[in-house]
Design a binder for this molecule. Structure first.
Ligand SMILES: *Cc1c(COP(=O)(O)O)cnc(C)c1O
Length: 360
């Protein structure tokens, strides 16, 4: 129990900027003279329509989404997209999947229900500690799309390049969206669950090239059809209103911090501080290979499970929480998303050094 805010290194749902929470708090009971909270508004009301339109526009501007691409605010998490993508884009044919972690593996498995999955690369045997190079990708000339996950949240690896493929790129950016500039027009589809780097859980942002919509398999549920969702501007049914509002508040904050360029500078600085400290360490080892490291999720361990647990407890006692790694990797994971202040990483580095002095 604590009366103070902690530094929360959770992988998701994860930390939100304090300024965002304060603004949401201030607007909670009576949103701009409406006499009600955004949570209580009809999704067809003028007040909410304005929030919806503005949030979409802010997103388009910040991420420089070209007019050729539609922005959808959907539900069902990233996991629903594992099925929606093959249903909408595979046309019962073949798709390339790059399996570099848990979630791309799950996406590939789900896609097998709707067509033929061709594994373009897999790092499963080596414990997903690296990202393959372009030359290592085996591309199927018949592929309807090439699927990859730009940041592997569990293993702490991140693609440092955009793959070159004849088929349209489809990318799961759940854990690194809005952390750097992205050339959206190179992609057929980008999607992200909001709860890592954007907003509370319950919203999935999908950015889709309009020319790819309308190819869904006949049995595709309406709610999963990109064509239907584009035609209804995501409002086929009640959208996750509160999450969309919160995304808008986060985007205002992000703009004040210098947009995606500002976020990129910050993320490099945060990651450098932590990786430098862990590289020098005589106690901790890093999971990911140097050229494949993620700036968002830093995975490390001592090699001794009991000592790892001791470190997690040691850090928690100092207000640094949720550092336990995912069960697939063990060890520790520090998720340092957009909203993690530099002070949080400085505190973590100090704690790592203190623990090391006591144990080496
Ligand atoms: C968390 C995560 C998912 C799963 O997200 P849900 O919204 O829980 O379905 C998928 N992909 C990546 C990269 C993630 O980080």
């Amino acid at each position: 129990m604590t009366d103070e805010r902690v530094y929360n290194f959770s992988a998701g749902p994860s930390v939100l900027p304090e300024a965002v929470l304060r603004r949401a708090q201030a607007e909670m009971m009576n949103y701009r003279g409406s006499g009600m909270s955004v949570m209580e508004m009809s999704h067809r009301s003028p007040a909410f329509s304005e929030i919806f339109g503005e949030t979409k526009q802010k997103f388009r501007t910040l991420m420089q989404v070209p007019e050729s691409h539609e922005i959808l605010f959907l539900q069902g998490g990233a996991t629903l997209q594992f099925a929606a993508i093959p249903m909408n884009l595979m046309e019962g044919g073949t798709a390339d999947y790059a399996v570099t972690g848990n979630f791309s593996g799950k996406a590939a498995k789900e896609a097998e229900k709707y067509g033929r999955v061709h594994i373009a690369c897999s790092t499963a045997e080596s414990g997903h500690h690296r990202i393959p190079k372009q030359e290592e990708l085996a591309l199927d000339p018949e592929a309807k799309y090439f699927y990859y996950c730009s940041n592997n949240t569990i293993y702490g690896t991140e693609w440092q390049y955009v793959p070159e493929t004849p088929a349209p790129l489809v990318c799961d950016m759940s854990s690194d969206i809005l952390s750097r500039p992205v050339d959206v027009k190179r992609y057929g589809l980008i999607y992200a669950g909001a709860q890592k780097n954007m907003a509370p859980a319950g919203l999935t942002v999908v950015i889709v090239d309009r020319s790819l919509a309308g190819r869904e398999l006949p049995f595709t549920p309406q709610i999963m059809s990109y064509r239907t969702m584009i035609e209804n501007d995501s409002l086929l049914n009640t959208p996750p209103c509160w999450c969309i509002y919160m995304l808008g508040v986060v985007l205002d904050w992000l703009k004040e911090q210098g947009g995606v360029e500002g976020m990129e500078q910050l993320k490099r600085a945060r990651a450098k501080l932590l990786y430098d400290c862990l590289e020098e360490s005589r106690l901790f080892r890093l999971h990911a290979e140097k050229d494949s490291r993620s700036d968002m999720n830093v995975t490390f361990r001592t090699g001794d499970t009991a000592l790892d647990a001791e470190f997690v407890a040691f850090a928690a006692a100092r207000g640094l929480v949720n550092l336990k790694g995912h069960k697939l990797t063990g060890g520790m994971r520090a998720s340092i998303y957009n909203a993690m202040p530099m002070e949080g990483v400085e505190a973590l580095v100090k704690t790592i050094k203190e623990f090391e002095r006591e144990h080496v």
